[in-house]
Design a protein around this ligand. Structure first.
Ligand SMILES: [Ca+2]
Ligand SMILES: [Ca+2]
Length: 211
């Protein structure tokens, strides 16, 4: 039986499963930390997916990887863009953009080797093979967040929300008490505050406290 290495430098378990598409050839690919594009009837990966030629059925399903907790996402109307909110760990919350979901490029957003724009310090200092190989390939090997913010800081100086305890979440419905228009993405976790992004084409953001 093939065992998942759990200790440095060859560790591949835990959060490192989000990089399982980069494991040595022949080792299993998991679906942790990924975005999938599948046939809704069979669950099989679709033609056009980046790893569709792979012998691994999980790899064939994956169109993006290296995410930590991407539990909210949405499409940009009229485009193939997929916008993904990724909940941060130690410091950084991320808004990630998959420019084209059905092309040959599998976006790798870097978790856990990266968090936000930079290397994740703990994983970097552990000198794990999976992360060190990714670092060695430079910026071309991973897709940086479209936007990232420190969850212990105010998003903008005029943000009325308290700091800390935030996490990137999802889309607000139009007419919500917490936000006066639809928006992607938002934060609302414990501190009862929302972050509104005006539109994907704009990076303007404004904090709005929930009623
Ligand atoms: Ca893509
Ligand atoms: Ca290192």
């Amino acid at each position: 039986m093939l065992m998942t290495p759990l200790t440095p430098p060859t560790a591949e378990g835990g959060a490192l499963r989000a990089q399982s598409v980069r494991r040595p050839v022949g080792e299993p690919v998991t679906l942790d930390g990924t975005v999938l594009r599948v046939d809704p009837d069979t669950g099989a990966g679709l033609p056009g997916n980046p790893y569709y030629a792979s012998a691994d059925p999980n790899a064939r399903r994956i169109i993006a990887t290296g995410l930590r907790n991407p539990f909210r996402m949405t499409t940009r109307p009229g485009t193939s863009e997929l916008w993904v909110g990724d909940v941060g760990w130690g410091t950084w919350e991320e808004v990630n953009r998959i420019a084209v979901g059905d092309d040959a490029t599998a976006e790798n957003f870097g978790w856990p080797c990266y968090e936000g724009a930079a290397r994740q310090g703990g994983y970097d200092s552990a000198n794990l093979n999976l992360c060190e190989a990714l670092y060695a390939e430079g910026d071309a090997a991973r897709t940086a967040p479209y936007y990232a913010y420190n969850h212990s800081a105010k998003v903008v100086p005029t943000d009325p929300c308290p700091t800390g305890s935030s996490s990137i979440a999802g889309r607000l419905p139009t007419g919500s008490r917490a936000c006066r228009t639809s928006a992607i993405p938002r934060t609302r976790y414990r501190k009862r505050c929302s972050l509104r992004a005006s539109a994907p084409s704009s990076r303007r953001r404004r904090g709005v406290c929930a009623a």
